[in-house]
Design a protein around this ligand. Sequence first.
Ligand code: OSB
Ligand code: MG
Length: 370
Amino acid sequence: MRIENIVLREIQMRLRAPFETSFGVTHDRRILLVEAIVDGLSGWGEVTTVESPSYNSETPDTAWHVISDFIVPRLIGRDLPHAADIFPLLSPIRGHQMAKAGVENAVWDAEAQLKGVPLSKLLGGTGEEIACGVSLGIRESPQALVRKVDEEVRSGYQRIKLKIKPGKDLDFVAAVRKEFPTIRLSVDANSAYDLRDASHLKALDEFDQPLQWDDIHSHAKLQRQLHTAICLDECINNAAHALAAVEQGACRIINIKLGRVGGHSSARQVHDICQQHSLPVWCGGMLESGVGRAHNIAMSTLPNFTLPGDVSASHRYWNEDIIEPAVEVTPSGTIRVPRGPGLGYAVKRDLMDRLTVRARDWKADVALPV
Ligand code: OSB
Ligand code: MG
């Protein structure tokens, strides 16, 4: 497999509704897309940074810089047996997982297309459909949140995740729990608390990363004080972090985000460590366009993804997605895994071109800005 050409572009897409987390409100997404042309076929990857360094340390601009100046020069013109060979080639670049993942994942898509198999199968996935949940941004009032939960439960989603922050937590969660006593519920604080909040947090149900973004140790202390499961998100950026968290008892669930861990190779390692330790995983979301969403669907077919992920229908985010068909969710809250080669969705080039605000193109043997 020869990487002949890499095209990096930034697209801007407006969310259908603003999304509020403990670190801020997002209206417009800045998304980098990577097209890797491998043996004449285009594979696609998405860089899942948010707009500011508030979820992790990356932004669209740090990813643009690192891809342009460090990742592309290491890969352009290379002949590789597998997309999995990219991960070790990029290990001299410290961090910048989301930048790496965008590129590595594009080559995974290309490899699956070249082999004529769905990406899910190339990754080792099984199953025809994946279980879906939704992540709901912070709302004005508990009543508004209950109305939104009602809508999503009626659509069939199998798990509801509520974003919380100090001052918008217990009342909101209690109102939802009262109205929906049996739904699978979790709450995501995106690192907005610290250990002094332990007694306050005990009143809540289930957690997605309450404490500092990079602090496995404090989560271990908190998990010992709670009955309910902590799910780590921001803390787990590679297989070593996953092993540390598992062995220290810092969580009972891990959410895997392809970008956060650096792409499919690393995601599989994290998945396998969790599986060996009987810790279930689920697929996290980063308000992706269809390209990133399609990668999430493929990854979610791995056998230890036993909990519903934050992978939901395109129309919850976008008026028009950049892939076709758009991702749809069945009335029982599942997504059917596409059977076509690669990602199994087609990229809408016209729409993507209209949304593109900058692009850069590298060809094998010469590296010239467009
Ligand atoms: O913590 O999962 C998170 C969005 C941006 C940054 C962090 C997170 C999220 C989400 C979005 O929860 C989930 C989705 O894509 O639906
Ligand atoms: Mg989270």
